[in-house]
Design a binder for this molecule. Structure first.
Ligand code: HMG
Ligand code: MG
Length: 298
């Protein structure tokens, strides 16, 4: 099998992982969680998002999180609009993720705009961020399926990705928002994106709703992808995508890749220690394979 020797793990636990959590996780726990994840070797991370606190109350302390934790050029902060980006620019943040859905119906539910309205708003913003020397990541939601519209034609996902590349983004994080994609679809979409858009960092973001995330990661590796968004403890889900559950669990992905001889740079014991910090503050239990084994078997 032709596979990369090394992959980059992008940790999304503090953002995607927590945004859908019912219990408000106290700021000192968020800070300890992020610091422990960094200590485990995760060098690229979504720390938080500057979104409306009315829409996503868990992220209302975004400014404090950034103030306490941001110390790397790949500490990423999400922002959906002008106001969010202005809030980021008031911090030391130098890596910004914008997010848009391929599906209009999802984008309306998530950002209260159509996909093309979001694109129009983001075009000058991306130029400005690039002029200011920022790293810009575009998260492409509903790249495979939409909870409201069903199957998304791969050509539509490619078209949206291409628009962001033309705007000058550095990275595309291409997401299976509701965990519906199968390995064949993952292989085909990522093969097409890799071939068509060779000059952008391509990252795969799989939610694990139907327990296909690991299989999809393997299929994407075979398509040449070597960057994966994952969430410690398998936490995650978008509040505006009904039925979406957690992301691929960082510990399970790291375990699988390391067993295959692929270097992730992440220390599994450190990762388990990070999950233990946040676990008691959550409304759900952590049931990822690696974490359960480490915490229940002596
Ligand atoms: P809106 O109600 O249309 O906004 O929401 P608005 O422009 O009309 O403003 C309404 C109020 O919100 C105003 O305050 C604004 O100041 C405030 P008021 O005058 O009522 O007091 N506001 C803001 N406050 C803080 N930060 C901001 C901001 N913008 C406006 N940035 C809005 C539009 C985009 C704000 C809203 O829809 C929103 O916050 N959406 C975020 C949804 C979200 O966070 N979703 C999850 C992240 S995406 C995801 O998880 C998918 C991903 O993981 C990939 C995948 O898996 O698919 C990335
Ligand atoms: Mg997500």
């Amino acid at each position: 099998m032709d596979l990369p020797k090394k992959v980059t793990m992008i940790e999304v636990g503090p953002r995607d992982g927590l945004q859908n959590e019912k219990n408000f996780v106290p700021i000192d726990i968020k800070i300890q969680f992020i610091r422990a994840l960094k200590a485990a070797g995760l060098k690229e991370m979504e720390l938080t998002s500057f979104v409306s606190p009315k829409w996503v109350p868990q992220m209302r302390d975004a400014g404090e999180v950034v103030e306490a934790c941001l110390n790397s050029s790949r500490d990423i902060v999400l922002a959906p609009n002008r106001k969010g980006v202005d809030r980021v620019l008031h911090t030391k943040g130098k890596a910004v993720a914008v997010f848009v859905g391929v599906s209009n119906s999802f984008n309306k539910k998530n950002i209260n705009k159509t996909t093309s309205e979001s694109l129009e708003e983001l075009k000058p913003i991306v130029s400005e961020l690039k002029e200011k020397g920022c790293f810009v990541r575009a998260c492409i939601s509903t790249s495979f399926y939409c909870p409201y519209e069903g199957k998304i034609p791969p050509g539509e996902t490619l078209q949206l990705c291409r628009k962001f590349v033309e705007m000058g983004v550095d990275e595309l994080s291409v997401a299976d928002t509701i965990g519906m994609a199968n390995p064949k679809e993952s292989f085909e979409l990522f093969s097409m994106l890799k071939e068509t858009l060779p000059d952008v960092l391509l990252t795969a973001h799989f939610h694990d709703t139907r327990k296909m995330a690991l299989a999809n990661i393997l299929a994407s590796l075979q398509a040449g992808i070597d960057r994966f968004d994952t969430s410690a403890g398998g936490l995650g889900g978008c509040p505006f995508a009904p039925g979406a559950s957690g992301n691929a669990a960082t510990e399970d992905v790291v375990f699988m890749l390391e067993q295959m001889g692929i270097d992730t740079g992440v220390d599994l014991d450190g990762l388990v220690a990070a999950v233990k910090i946040v676990a008691p503050h959550l409304s759900r239990s952590i049931d990822t394979g690696y974490y359960k084994l480490q915490t229940t078997v002596q």
